[in-house]
Design a binder for this molecule. Structure first.
Ligand SMILES: [Zn+2]
Length: 294
């Protein structure tokens, strides 16, 4: 468990596994650069036999002192994701891990989303008697208004993504229909502790979620970065980004602000669940893994 001022943060893992072939994730990457970093990446962050980055998919549970908040909800169970084997028709013991963190679905007050890709909204719903129903019956689901509009097939601004087919119908629409969705703008603040801050590029309205309490700070950065190597090469956009150039600017801004204010960085997909600090090193940035836990 991490303590950020008065807030408690617990990572709730769904899966950790080899996932991305470097050249497919980062079209600008090259084998020489990868080889130079392999001494610290393998075996935790990179699986050499598979030739793939290892990544986590996780949620973060935040107890602010007033409310229990879940940040992003992984891939979920029984979802139809034929384009992503990692998320297709899975049966993860994720709810048992949430219980091990001391929280039942009924106790979740808010769900907050960095963005609405399939691996961040899966546990928004569960399959019950053939219907997708909200997993957290008492929660408000806080989602950025422009991000909701972008994925809503009924709106003219809707943009199709082959990586996100079916997600609207099985994971977003049911929480809108139940009256639990809360469309907000960036700057939305919860409990004077959690703030939604635009960090676009991966999706057009992707947000980071800033946590601040008693002078301590952390940022749930979602998919501003997918793997730690991007700290050293922030100019590498991913093939999954809506706007890779915008993503580079968001990444540089995030790294600079984390380095300046010693803010704990908590990305969704980095394998170490306790996050890291960013330090300026040489011509760029480097990582200091966080080992300060309760
Ligand atoms: Zn993701």
């Amino acid at each position: 468990m991490l303590r950020i001022g008065d807030a408690e943060v617990v990572a709730v893992e769904e899966s950790v596994q080899p996932s991305f072939v470097p050249k497919m994730l980062f079209p600008d990457s090259d084998p020489e650069t990868l080889a130079r970093h392999m001494h610290w990446m393998a075996p935790l962050h990179y699986d050499i036999p598979e030739g793939k980055f290892r990544t986590s998919v996780r949620s973060f549970l935040v107890k602010t002192g007033r409310h229990t908040v879940l940040i992003d909800t992984c891939g979920g169970n029984h979802k139809n994701r034929p384009y992503f084997p990692r998320f297709h028709q899975r049966e993860h013991p994720w709810l048992a891990r949430l219980a091990a963190a001391g929280v039942t679905p009924e106790q979740v007050d808010f769900v907050m989303c960095t963005h609405l890709h399939a691996d961040h909204v899966g546990w928004h719903t569960m399959l019950e008697n053939g219907r997708w129903l909200p997993t957290f019956p008492n929660a408000r689901y806080v989602m950025h208004r422009a991000e909701l509009d972008r994925w809503n097939p009924a709106l003219p601004g809707h943009r199709i993504s082959p990586h996100n087919e079916f997600t609207w119908d099985d994971s977003i629409l049911p929480v809108i229909e139940s009256g639990q969705a809360l469309a907000v703008d960036d700057g939305y603040e919860l409990d004077n502790a959690l703030t939604l801050v635009l960090a676009p590029g991966h999706t057009f309205s992707h947000c980071a979620i800033h946590l601040h309490s008693r002078g301590r700070r952390a940022i749930f950065s979602g998919d501003v970065m997918h793997v730690p190597l991007q700290v050293y090469h922030p100019q590498w956009g991913t093939s999954l980004d809506d706007d890779p150039g915008l993503g580079v600017r968001s990444r540089l801004h995030l790294l600079e602000s984390c380095a300046e204010s010693r803010t704990l960085l908590l990305p969704t997909h980095f394998v170490p669940e306790n996050g890291c600090f960013i330090v300026r090193g040489g011509s760029g940035f480097s990582i200091q893994w966080n080992d300060d836990t309760d």
